[in-house]
Design a protein around this ligand. Structure first.
Ligand SMILES: Cc1cc2nc3c(=O)[nH]c(=O)nc-3n(C[C@H](O)[C@H](O)[C@H](O)COP(=O)(O)OP(=O)(O)OC[C@H]3O[C@@H](n4cnc5c(N)ncnc54)[C@H](O)[C@@H]3O)c2cc1C
Length: 72
């Protein structure tokens, strides 16, 4: 499939940029290195570890919604 725009990062900036493009009838692909929002869990918050273990993709700031989804 061909896209008019490919956005790297599904944080607020990427999501709202995509919204503008879709409203202008553009085909958009969003790519993010993080997980889907339902799969975003921090091992500290889950009580599995006491301190940051530097996950390959930090669920606190990466994935759908970016830092805005799970920071609070
Ligand atoms: C702890 C915390 C609390 C906050 N509280 C508030 C608040 O109360 N109110 C407020 O207004 N703001 C708050 N913020 C700030 C707000 O979250 C950010 O301003 C906002 O998320 C920035 O949006 P963004 O889209 O620019 O970047 P981000 O949200 O950082 O999104 C970037 C996305 O790009 C992805 N990405 C990065 N590099 C790559 C790559 N190479 N390949 C693929 N994907 C990539 C990341 O995974 C991420 O999902 C808080 C931030 C933090 C960390």
């Amino acid at each position: 499939m061909k896209y008019d725009a490919i956005i790297v990062g599904s944080g607020p900036a990427g999501v709202f940029a995509a919204l503008e493009l879709v409203e202008a009838k553009k085909k958009v692909l969003i790519i993010d290195k993080g997980k889907l929002i339902k799969e975003r869990t921090c091992p500290i918050i889950a009580g599995k570890v006491d301190s940051c273990i530097n996950c390959p993709s930090c669920s606190g700031v990466s994935g759908w919604g970016g830092a805005g989804s799970a920071s609070d």
